[in-house]
Design a protein around this ligand. Structure first.
Ligand code: SAM
Length: 212
């Protein structure tokens, strides 16, 4: 995702610590307290400019959403979106998703969304893919037993790799959709990348997987 320097980003982060939570690791195991209710918590990794998480938060007011985004100039755009919508069921973390088990306790999370994650097509970069087995091990730890991973992408290579990775890890695939937009799905909330690629006529892939 394109990043532009935003001179107001540091001020926004400092002024909105109730929304973009600093020192996120200190809240491990306490995220329900942070939201002030016992609703399930869903996490989006690489939430970009926040269109998906803001849309999901509106569609599911009884779910709490946490968006993880590494890029400062991008997370502040997501933060502005959530702030303007007045949503209180979204928190954002400006951290690297590599350390998920330091952010969340065992069984603390009910669903994980991987939307248009960087495909890292070179073989030597496979371990950076968010569906590499080291990530799956972390997802397994933080997800409740009925919890699911929902992955959307336009990238056939990443999709195929992820299906194989889920299967090799012994996960159950509960959905494999090779053209998400071929049928109307009023529940589907589009991401920025999804809008861009589907407008070009590219098929969007989606799968859902659970640890058995
Ligand atoms: N999910 C959005 C969408 O579908 O429009 C953005 C997709 S963009 C290709 C991937 C995003 O993931 C970027 O904003 C990038 O900064 C973020 N990202 C990549 N690796 C990350 C990591 N290890 N931790 C947190 N965010 C990451």
């Amino acid at each position: 995702m394109r990043q532009r320097h935003k001179p107001w980003a540091d001020d926004f982060l400092n002024d909105n610590t109730h929304l973009i939570v600093p020192d996120a690791k200190s809240n491990k195991g306490k995220w329900k307290e942070m939201f002030g209710n016992a609703n399930p918590i869903h996490v989006e990794i690489g939430s970009g400019k926040g269109q998906f998480i803001a849309g999901m938060a509106e569609q599911h007011p009884d779910v709490n959403f946490i968006g993880i985004e590494l890029a400062k100039s991008i997370i502040v755009i997501a933060g502005s979106k959530v702030k303007n919508a007045g949503q209180d069921n979204v928190l954002l973390l400006h951290v690297d998703a590599a350390d998920l088990t330091e952010l969340f306790a065992e069984n603390e999370i009910s669903a994980i969304y991987l939307n248009f994650s960087d495909p890292w097509p070179k073989k030597r970069h496979a371990k950076r893919r968010l569906t590499f087995h080291t990530f799956l091990r972390q997802y397994e730890h933080i997800l409740q037993s009925e919890g699911e991973i929902v992955l959307k992408t336009d990238n056939q290579g990443l999709f195929e790799y992820s299906l194989v990775s889920f299967s090799q890890f012994g996960m159950d695939l509960t959905e494999v959709n090779l053209d998400l937009h071929s049928e109307e799905d009023p529940e589907n909330v589009m991401t920025e990348y999804e809008e861009k690629f589907s407008a070009k006529g590219q098929p969007i892939y989606r799968c859902r997987a659970q640890f058995s």
